[in-house]
Ligand binder design. Structure first.
Ligand code: GLN
Length: 496
């Protein structure tokens, strides 16, 4: 029995130095979870084409649908964490569910695929938003070290994504799909164990919001959440099997989320608090567009990499799918701390761009990256095989866009949301990713040809035409965001 007194919130938030010590346990827990998630994600599109016999087009659609569900459930996971479970229990429940999902697929990849993915969807929903919210809770309002904390946490995310993307694709493609999913399950066990052993250092952060109730009624409410999750299994299963249902789900869940947001917004007292939530909402809306383009990486870019790229990266021989799944994470790991230093340097000279301008820059980088994906067509040989080097350059550029938007977005959501709505708003931030993923699948399907006998050159032209369009739309979004930045700044009040 551990008798050391529980840390208070004040003790945790009065940490000295750059990072709160608790950040490290959240860093490692999330790192393993992302390993599991990106391991699963990395093999998804290829697995469905090679093992389940889907066409490129079906695979793109289903990929988008699965990713959309994963992120849509973060909204639900966030709400139940705020209202019933608290972040800690949500995380634990989500982690166990993800482990089960991956173990099932490892046991029999073809037969258990959809049921295992269903469990991964529910599990990620309870896990993903709540760990980020806990990072935010380590900081007091106005603590200027928060962005740096999220920058570091984002590196952890990407170390996991990098290792998972590389290892699981390699295991799946060259050894066995069972090993790929088994590896994902094993690392998730490590993640959940890390959290179990370190969670006491989080003091009251992430405790149940129902501590004031007696134990039995609290447990009854918790049991209802678990039961609801079990009941949702067949529903999600049906919806991912048939992508038509995904459409209905997506048409419904977004409007419902917005209505729920408006309902909660109406209950918030004080104009500044309301304005901040509206500003958060604007960031969320723009992030939908960003992720819709960015997430071509798991769908169309993954298929493009499989068919249209050579194996030469700066003189080394390397599988283009491994590059597709890992280069972004690799660049984030290197450049996230460097960009953090640049922001600090700029802040010292009072020239650090505010969050809205950083978001705008994110879109400009996104536009440049898609222009380079488009430009790969100019490096193609007569068979339609093009340069992995140019492709990787585009990933470098898109990564700068992501770093201007994604870690900054996590941080700004925790700054702009009132405590009681923290989980829900973080869930909403990721719900935007759900729509991004969903639209990404549609865009990817629009770029791929249903004609399986199309030549590689025809495929190359179709995909790169699509990337050209995306470059233009990203540019427009970036300019629009920069144009409305003074208005959004006003809504944010003192938050930067
Ligand atoms: N790459 C980041 C992560 O996995 C962001 C994902 C997203 O919001 N779509 O956490």
């Amino acid at each position: 029995m551990d008798n050391t007194p529980k840390l208070t919130l004040d003790q945790i938030q009065s940490f000295e130095g750059k990072y709160p010590p608790q950040l490290w346990s959240l860093f490692f827990t999330e790192m393993w979870e992302r390993f599991c998630f990106y391991g699963m994600r990395g093999v998804l599109a290829i697995f469905m084409v090679n093992q389940l016999g889907l066409t490129d087009k079906e695979s793109n659609l289903k990929y988008g649908a699965i990713q959309a569900f994963v992120y849509a459930f973060t909204f639900i996971g966030g709400i139940f964490a705020d209202k019933v479970l608290g972040f800690k229990k949500s995380l634990f429940f989500g982690g166990i569910t993800m482990i089960l999902g991956n173990l099932l697929i490892a046991f029999s990849p073809q037969d258990m695929f959809y049921i295992g993915i269903t469990l991964s969807i529910i599990g990620t929903g309870f896990f993903k938003p709540n760990i980020s919210s806990m990072v935010g809770d380590l900081y007091r309002d106005g603590d200027s070290r928060r962005d740096a904390g999220f920058g570091l946490f984002y590196s952890g995310i990407n170390i996991g994504a990098f290792l998972g993307g590389a290892l699981c694709v390699w295991l799946g493609k060259y050894y066995s799909w069972s090993y790929a999913f088994l590896a994902a399950a094993i690392v998730m066990i490590i993640g959940v164990t890390t959290f179990l052993f370190t969670q006491k250092n989080l003091g009251p952060i992430g405790d149940s919001p129902l501590m004031h109730l007696d134990k039995s009624s609290r447990l009854r409410k918790e049991a209802l959440v678990y039961l609801g999750s079990v009941i949702s299994i067949p529903l999600i299963y049906i919806m991912i099997r048939n992508t038509d249902y995904t459409d209905y789900f997506m048409y419904t869940v977004g409007p419902l989320a917005v209505i729920y947001f408006l309902y909660e917004l109406a209950k918030v007292t004080g104009k500044p608090a309301k304005n901040k939530l509206i500003a958060a909402f604007i960031f969320i809306v723009f992030s939908v567009i960003f992720w819709a383009f960015f997430e071509q990486s798991g769908g169309s870019l993954s298929l493009f990499a499989e068919k249209n790229l050579d194996f030469n990266l700066l003189g080394m021989t390397i599988d283009p799918n491994v590059v597709n799944n890992t280069s972004n994470a690799f660049f984030v790991i290197i450049f996230s701390p460097l960009l953090g230093l640049l922001w600090i340097w700029m802040a010292g000279r009072r020239i650090e761009p505010n969050t809205v301008v950083k978001f705008g820059l994110g879109f400009l980088f996104l536009a440049a990256a898609f222009y380079v994906f488009y430009a790969t067509r100019f490096f193609a040989d007569e068979k339609g095989i093009t340069s992995l080097n140019v492709f990787t350059l585009a990933y470098l550029i898109i990564t700068f866009g992501e770093l201007c938007l994604s870690p900054i977005g996590l941080s700004i959501i925790t700054k702009l949301s009132p405590k009681k709505m923290g989980g829900m708003m973080m869930g909403m931030w990721f719900l935007a990713s759900a729509y991004g993923q969903y639209v990404a699948g549609l865009l990817g399907a629009g770029m791929s040809t249903p004609d399986e006998s199309a030549s590689l050159t025809e495929k190359l032209n179709l995909y790169t035409d699509g990337y050209y369009q995306l470059a233009i739309y990203a540019l427009i979004a970036g300019i629009l965001l920069l144009a409305i930045s003074p208005l959004v700044r006003k809504l944010m009040h003192e938050v930067k």
